[in-house]
Design a protein around this ligand. Structure first.
Ligand code: 3PG
Length: 207
């Protein structure tokens, strides 16, 4: 396993974040770290995403930070510039994968069927996002693919407190991703105490 894979494997749940105000990023990171999830996948779904990644990195040099919803080379460049550890894409785009590999940036692309897993494996990838997990067959689909392919999966999309343990029980699962513990309104309204409770609940589930 790479250092990043080892960290994902240890943390087990990756909060997937859409943050519209980058000035809140450092505080958000602090709440995640202090309550047991020292990791964030900051998605390119808001204009201030790259600045938010940069603010988290500056405040917490050792935090595991990913850039999510990466759809093209420009976003890969912005993610590298922001100092993230890895890139996540919702789908498997060989152009984006190749570009990350040229730049030495770890990428976890999304797959949800055997053909895509094989294409990703052919490019040397060993950790893949299973997305959208629940809509693509959930734990049953994941188990079926895990029986065949020697790769690790990060299920995301529909993972929740109800099913996260079932996903984590599958041996090929390195970590689960999800938005449920970082609701946008709590971030937007700086309701850090409530956020801390949600993060602690997740940390408790995986402990
Ligand atoms: C993602 O970007 O990975 C997903 O949108 C997260 O899905 P969720 O909101 O169901 O956790």
């Amino acid at each position: 396993m790479t250092e990043i894979e080892k960290k994902l494997d240890a943390i087990k749940v990756v909060p997937v974040i859409a943050i519209s105000d980058a000035s809140k990023a450092a505080k958000l990171a602090e709440v995640l770290i202090e309550n047991g999830l020292p990791c964030a996948e900051v998605t390119f779904r808001t204009e201030q995403a790259a600045q938010a990644m940069r603010n988290m990195r500056d405040a917490f040099p050792d935090m595991l930070i990913g850039a999510g919803t990466v759809l093209n080379k420009e976003q890969v460049d912005a993610a590298i510039e922001a100092g993230v550890d890895f890139v996540v894409s919702p789908g498997f785009n060989p152009t984006t994968v190749k570009y990350c590999q040229e730049k030495g940036m770890a990428i976890v692309p999304g797959v949800n069927n055997p053909s895509l897993v094989e294409q990703a494996m052919e490019m040397g990838l060993k950790t893949l996002k299973f997305f959208p997990a629940e809509a693509s067959g959930g734990v049953a689909m994941l188990k079926a693919m895990s029986a065949v392919y020697p790769v690790k999966f990060m299920p995301t999309g529909g993972v929740s407190p109800k099913n996260v343990k079932d996903y984590l029980a599958v041996s090929s699962v390195i970590a689960c991703g999800g938005t449920w513990m970082v609701p946008n309104n709590l971030i937007d309204e700086a309701r850090w105490d409530e956020l801390a409770v949600l993060v602690r609940e997740v940390a408790g589930i995986i402990a």
